[in-house]
Design a protein around this ligand. Structure first.
Ligand code: SF4
Ligand code: SF4
Length: 85
């Protein structure tokens, strides 16, 4: 059922996220290549790439990041930081 209050809250949250910018960074030395961050990111920031003989996650679409921190929470290696810029 359509709820105008919920719609307004969602709109404001989205607008607020659009007005901010975030910088997701992967520590490639810590990354274990599990791909969990690729799966969890709602805006497809990450892509797995071969680097220095191992498969690591790379934030190829960093400008799309909405700062939800899902990738930070899912990464068991503590390889990801997301800072507001
Ligand atoms: S969740 Fe962490 S360990 Fe897994 S691919 Fe992403 S950065 Fe690497
Ligand atoms: S903070 Fe959210 S939107 Fe940004 S890279 Fe991580 S999962 Fe994707």
């Amino acid at each position: 059922m359509f709820c105008p209050v919920q719609w307004q809250i969602r709109y404001k949250l989205k607008k607020g996220a659009r007005d901010m910018a975030f910088n997701p960074v992967v520590d490639e030395g810590k990354c274990a290549g599990c791909e969990e961050c690729v799966d969890v990111c709602p805006v497809d920031v990450y892509e797995m790439q071969e680097k220095n003989g191992k498969t690591v996650s790379v934030p190829v679409n960093a400008e799309e990041c909405i700062g939800c921190d899902s990738c930070v929470e899912v990464c068991e290696e503590d390889a990801i930081t997301v800072e507001e810029i």
